[in-house]
Design a binder for this molecule. Sequence first.
Ligand code: NAP
Ligand code: F7E
Length: 327
Amino acid sequence: MTKPRALITGITGQDGSYLAEFLLSQGYEVVGLVRRSSMVSFERIAHLQDKVTIVSGDLLDEASLIEALGQHRPTEVYNLAAQSFVQTSFGQPVLTGETTALGVTRLLDAIRIVDPAIRFYQASSSEMFGKVREVPQCETTPFHPRSPYGVAKVYGHWITVNYRESYNLHASSGILFNHESPRRGLEFVTRKITHGVASIYLGRQDTLRLGNLDSMRDWGFAGDYVKAMWLMLQQDEPDDYVVCTGETHSVREFCELAFGHLNMNYKDYVQIDKAFFRPAEVDLLVGDPKKAKKILDWHTEVSFADLVSMMVDADLELLQGKLKGLS
Ligand code: NAP
Ligand code: F7E
């Protein structure tokens, strides 16, 4: 029997690396679409480099997407590539729209042209709920995005639904709430905190500057969430699913646990810096995972407290390794 073949855009990102590992463990051939840069950014997939095939392409360039699909003929495509940092989307709204919104159309159109039988996953986001209309948020909750990133994701979501309805594509959209890991980018608040905690503990930093400590998020572990992406594409019918833990915690609570893990009090180190506040904020996100649990039989394995400890421990190990390298 021939192996199923998946193409992942954004394979060098947090989710791309976990999804590649997961699909390889399921017997897939994995092809990763990577954009050209003057420095390779393969840190998160360095351990997979002899197991995955890399193809050059960019969500800004439809011809490169058509070429990649035609050359590798995947059975499934996971669109994880995006300008994914909300704060940056306020400073670079047009680039965010080109990549995170129109990039989805380019990829869907490439699929329609090359092979409409390809199953497609779109990485939608809880940021689409923004100024929330109900608590908790589910698949039928209306969208009210609060950032250019959220607006772009709403476009990406609806163009996925539109291609499903117009061209009968097996296209599903996962509305994922925040998911984190030791591979999270350093600019996102969870990793900024755990890296800061490890750095302060080792005496390399005195304070940690943060923005709104009262923001609430539904945080899960990225390794759990990539399984939901795959499960969506194994269903007979394409559909949209909210993927979340159903719990919400504040940034302050994250700080308490992260500093507490190394017996420190966050109040002694955290300073509020207005530079990290946003022009418009999403204050309270918490999802309802009922549909994903029922239809996909999906559930989380890592708790909030274990996620925080895992990330602090990983950053401590990382920084200790770097210090050893210097000595
Ligand atoms: P991430 O770590 O920021 O990774 C983004 C990926 O997109 C990187 O591999 C990046 O490549 C790639 N990329 C950016 N612009 C591109 C372009 N023009 N063409 C091709 N590739 C491009 O994001 P993540 O946390 O893994 O998230 C994965 C997806 O899920 C994103 O779409 C994000 O918006 C969405 N999402 C994430 C969360 C979350 O909590 N993590 C929640 C909901 C939705 P480089 O390495 O070259 O920069
Ligand atoms: O912010 C507050 C900030 O940047 C979380 C992306 O993966 O999840 C992510 O977007 C909260 C916000 O993630 C700092 O104001 C306080 O309320 O970690 P974040 P995000 O904006 O929720 C969604 C679901 C996605 O789809 C996105 O791609 O934390 N906050 N102080 C801070 N945030 C940051 N970054 N830095 C601070 O110093």
